[in-house]
Design a protein around this ligand. Structure first.
Ligand code: 5GP
Ligand code: ZN
Length: 141
């Protein structure tokens, strides 16, 4: 537990939350400043700042909770879909440094955009550059 972390304090029961699911490794609760009715956050109970900081078992537990919650969240608010995302790192807009998945229920005509809307100007990459990036990634996995 990180005493300075809001989500660790929610996990520890020191701060209130509208919890919708809890198990040994994860907690899910309503976002306090929702982008849509039903906006839900899924967090690992252990403090990890970024997605890549979680061990595989914790990451799998987070995804299992996410998987089990998407249907119930959408049904509860009569949503037609949802955007599921992590703001991973400050550069990506992460404000609470305890990794969390957002489930944002979506509705026809809600005025929101697809995940493609989150990035800035698109790069123009030649085939050779794409090949190099592929190689750089695959060599590191
Ligand atoms: P981030 O930008 O880090 O991905 O999103 C953090 C989210 O946490 C925001 O959507 C914000 O509304 C939510 N949030 C921040 N503080 C609290 C809190 O104390 N309780 C709850 N339930 N949500 C919070
Ligand atoms: Zn934390």
């Amino acid at each position: 537990m990180n005493d300075d972390c809001i989500f660790c304090r929610i996990v520890a029961g020191e701060l209130p939350s509208r919890t919708v699911h809890e198990d040994d490794e994860t907690l899910a609760f309503l976002d306090a400043n929702p982008l849509a009715p039903g906006h839900t956050l899924v967090v690992p109970k252990a403090h990890h700042e970024h997605v890549e900081d979680m061990d595989g078992e914790t990451a799998a537990a987070v995804f299992e909770t996410l998987h089990g919650l998407v249907g119930p969240v959408q049904d509860a608010v009569d949503a037609e879909g949802s955007t599921i995302a992590f703001n991973n790192g400050e550069a990506a807009g992460q404000e609470v440094p305890h990794t969390h998945a957002h489930i944002v229920p979506r509705f026809e005509g809600d005025g929101g955009g697809p995940i493609h809307a989150v990035a800035g100007s698109r790069p123009s990459l030649a085939d050779g550059e794409l090949d190099e990036i592929r190689d750089d990634i695959s060599e590191r996995v």
